[in-house]
Design a binder for this molecule. Sequence first.
Ligand SMILES: Nc1ncnc2c1ncn2[C@@H]1O[C@H](COP(=O)(O)OP(=O)(O)OP(=O)(O)O)[C@@H](O)[C@H]1O
Length: 309
Amino acid sequence: MIQVSNLSKFYGEKRAISGLNFKLEKGEIVGLLGLNGAGKTTTIRILTGYLIPSAGDASIDGKSIFDFPLEAKQKIGYLPETPPLYEDMTISEYLQFVGRIKKIEDSKLNSEIEKVIEKTNLIHVKDKLIGTLSLGYRKRVGIAQAILGDPEIVIMDEPISGLDPKQIVEIRSLIGSLAGNHTVLISSHILTEIYKTCDKFLFIHKGSLKQELSLSRLEEEMNRLAGWEVGLSGKPKEELVQFMKTVLSGNDTVTEMGTGKEEEMFLVRTTNPKQFKESLFSKALSSGIQIESLKKQEVSLEQIFMEKI
Ligand SMILES: Nc1ncnc2c1ncn2[C@@H]1O[C@H](COP(=O)(O)OP(=O)(O)OP(=O)(O)O)[C@@H](O)[C@H]1O
């Protein structure tokens, strides 16, 4: 649905993005991930028509957004990192204002506003002045204006930055609820917070696309990097070391982690955790070895990211 081809942008001599190519399929939620300064905002500003690229093209359903800018803008709802909210308007007044700019028909405007107010959970504050709202509520108003009129594509720049953990959970579930009916592009440098909401990830670094991964591929990568901590007892250390070697298969590796209170600790890296666990349990049983503990190490999306760039 959205095709980005060879997109580049220079600010004077400064190269912000360079030769970006990617595709967003209809109904997908895609995470645009990168450190500060990677080029996320520049990419988003080009896609939303706020910046002209130095080279390259972007099209929606085959039509260039630069040749048909109004048509493209009608299809896109945009949440900038700092939404331009009018502090002296109430939420309802502001959404009326945005709805008129978006040229939503008068006969539909009130029902469309009610829909987005409900979706963004703003009913109880809809008559409050925007200037009196917390950051979390302002983000929700920003999302409400982005999805007002039911645009096919929703683009959000750092929708969860600055939010507290409770607000992050709420906004994440709101973003999840857009899946299927909307194609969503979310930029974020807080990787772990958004990854479960996305179907696909674009890793950008210093203006270039480094890797594109589906959620399932990303989870495979997490499994690959995660180690399994195993605590064993019931035999002398040397026998336990030998035993661990018999449990492994393929490219699996084991390292000794030292002696715990009543156990020897090992760290196993495996590409097939299911097979490893089956082998561990069945061989321990027949060898008279006790498994005192078995724990999977946590791998963050940041670790994967640092590997990809
Ligand atoms: N108007 C500008 N003039 C000159 N350089 C700019 C301008 N805007 C951005 N840049 C530079 O372009 C690069 C990409 O910036 P961009 O804002 O797109 O990155 P980002 O990934 O969105 O980062 P952040 O998360 O910090 O907003 C950075 O090196 C930035 O300093």
